[in-house]
Structure formats: structure tokens, C-alpha cells
Design a protein around this ligand. Structure first.
Ligand code: ADP
Length: 307
């Protein structure tokens, strides 16, 4: 009988510009590690050395496990050990990586053999603990890997394998991020948008999908243009306009905010000079006197048992 399992789940970037709450991409920059151990006591407990909530109701992995215990009427208590590697609050899908790893680990621990949509549904519940609302873009990418399109009512995730030569350069600024940052940055999004803007974003979003289907990093990157959410949020990231301008000048195909920020993500391909793009982004943040850490990464596979 299996009593313990460890699953790793990747970081992810949500939105990709015009695909707000719809697009997600798993990125091989960081991986959270979640170990579930069955316990004789009825309790759900969190063990972690990282700066995240230890109350299971307030932790994304804890909320997922509590919901799955309730749904599947399992009798054991569960200890959830979390090793964070995805930095929390930087728009890299940190809360989602823990939630995704927890849902996949629970599925394996109890041999439930849930399908992708069900795993994503459970993982999505976890986001309530961080963002205040359920949203599936990051968890879908982290559970399934690759590029995902989220449709809701009913939840239906479409996964597309990204081009293997797609590269992302992510600049993570050293900014102090507020707790519940996603909730805060959702608050600045316009309640009403113009018909013309919705058409612009729709045309770019559909071109991104075509880029993934055609395995064309240039089409993906050049379509990462968002006239609705990025303009409303960019003031929250000091130096954003310069970071974007510099990365585009250095050869990036497209640049936008990663998820709810403050990380900025540039899209390119393996044959581009990605180090130059990273350096250009660093200089952009320098102009606002902000240090940043840049990572050049590829798309990732989804959550899996740790080997
Ligand atoms: P991110 O893009 O990194 O997911 P969010 O702001 O949405 O950023 O989530 C980070 C918030 O979620 C932090 O306030 C953090 O304390 C909370 N949180 C709850 N559980 C976790 C977890 N297991 N991992 C990371 N953050 C968590």
C-alpha cells in the first residue's frame, strides 16, 4: 500500500498578453515539490520551511487536499510537505504549482486515475487561498504542461504541445510584492472595454493559438499584444516600458507581463541571442533602479512523480 508520494510541478506564465484568464504556459524555470503522507490522525497538516501560510485552509495545496478528502471520502489524515522553488507572488504561478502538485499527488496516492479536466478542477480550488477566486490558467498549465486554453462552464482544457524551440526570457524584479498581489492586480482591470479593443485582443489571441499549432515562435511572440489588461497594470511595475522596449530591440518577438506580474516575460526562439535579451531586460529595470534576476527557459511538461 502506498502511504507517501512526492510530485513536482512547474512554474507557469498566465495570460500571454491577450489571453487573460484563458491562456497558460508551463515553463521549466522552477518546480515546487509536494510530498503527501497518509497519517493515522484525521488532521491535514502543512510542513514547510518556506514563507507561505501553514494553515491548510489558507495554503493552496492544503485547500486542494481538504477538498479532495471531502469529495472522495478518504479516511486518513494527510501531512503535506511543501518545498517551494517557485518564488511566491512574482507572476510565475507559485500558488498554482503547489496546488497542481497536491492534486496530482492525491490522485496518485489513492490511485483515483482522474482525467486532466478533473485534476485541473481540483487544483483550481486551491487558487481561492491565494487569489480569492478560482482561476484555472496557471493550474491547468502546471498540471498538464505545455500551452493550455481554458474554457469554463463547463471546464474544458485544450492542451497544445508548444514548439520545442520556443524560448522565454523572464525577468523577475526584486520588488516587495503585497500579499494577495493577484487580488490587488485584478482590481485595476477595467470593468468595461471598447468593442474595438476586444477585436484587437481577439485577433492577437487567435494568432497565438495558430502560432502554437503551427509550431511558430515568431507568430506566437509577435501576437503577444494586449491593449486591455497590460495598459491597466503596467504602472504597477516600475521600469516596465523600458524593459519591454529594450527586449524588443534586442530581438524578442513579443514582451508582456507574466500573469499578474511583476515578472516580465519575453518570447523568442532557441536560435535568438537570448542572453542579449536578458541583459536588455536587466538594463530596463536598472533604469528604474530595480535589480532583477533573469531566467532563460523552455516550455515544461506537467506535474509528475519525482524520480
Ligand atoms: P503567484 O503568481 O506566485 O501565484 P499570487 O499572488 O497569486 O502569486 O500567490 C501568492 C500568494 O499566495 C502569497 O500571498 C502566498 O502567501 C499565498 N499562498 C498560499 N499558499 C501558497 C503556496 N502553497 N505557495 C505559494 N503561495 C501560496
Amino acid at each position: 500500500m502506498v502511504t507517501k508520494i512526492t510530485v513536482v510541478a512547474p512554474s507557469s506564465t498566465a495570460n500571454l498578453g491577450p489571453g487573460f484568464d484563458v491562456f497558460g504556459l508551463a515553463v521549466d524555470a522552477f518546480y515546487d515539490e509536494v510530498t503527501l503522507t497518509k497519517k493515522k490522525t484525521k488532521k491535514v497538516s502543512i510542513v514547510t520551511e518556506d514563507d507561505i501560510p501553514k494553515n491548510p485552509e489558507k495554503n493552496t495545496a492544503g485547500l486542494v487536499v481538504k477538498n479532495m478528502i471531502k469529495k472522495f471520502k478518504t479516511k486518513d489524515g494527510i501531512e503535506i510537505k511543501i518545498k517551494k522553488n517557485v518564488p511566491a507572488g512574482y507572476g510565475m504561478g507559485s500558488s498554482a504549482a503547489s496546488a497542481a502538485a497536491a492534486a496530482v499527488a492525491f490522485d496518485k496516492l489513492y490511485k483515483l486515475r482522474l482525467d486532466g479536466n478533473s485534476l485541473v478542477r481540483f487544483a483550481g480550488i486551491g487558487e481561492k487561498a491565494s487569489a480569492g477566486t478560482i482561476h484555472y490558467d496557471n493550474v491547468a498549465a502546471s498540471v498538464l504542461g505545455g500551452f493550455v486554453i481554458v474554457r469554463t462552464n463547463p471546464l474544458d482544457i485544450i492542451k497544445i504541445d508548444p514548439p520545442t524551440h520556443l524560448r522565454m526570457c523572464i525577468a523577475v524584479p526584486k520588488l516587495i510584492v503585497p500579499k494577495k498581489k493577484t487580488k490587488v492586480s485584478r482590481g485595476v482591470i477595467p470593468k468595461k472595454i471598447s468593442f474595438a479593443d476586444s477585436i484587437t485582443n481577439l485577433s492577437n489571441a487567435t494568432a497565438i493559438v495558430a502560432g502554437f499549432l503551427n509550431k511558430d515562435p515568431e507568430l506566437i511572440g509577435k501576437s503577444i499584444k494586449d491593449v486591455i489588461v497590460e495598459p491597466a497594470r503596467k504602472h504597477m511595475i516600475p521600469g516596465f516600458s523600458k524593459v519591454k522596449e529594450n527586449a524588443l530591440k534586442a530581438g524578442a518577438f513579443g514582451v508582456t507581463i507574466s500573469g499578474a506580474g511583476p515578472s516580465v516575460i519575453a518570447f523568442s526562439k532557441s536560435s535568438e541571442n537570448n542572453k542579449k535579451i536578458g541583459l536588455a531586460m536587466t538594463k530596463g529595470f536598472d533604469s528604474a533602479k530595480i535589480e532583477c534576476h533573469t531566467i532563460i527557459c523552455k516550455p515544461s511538461i506537467g506535474a509528475s512523480i519525482k524520480k
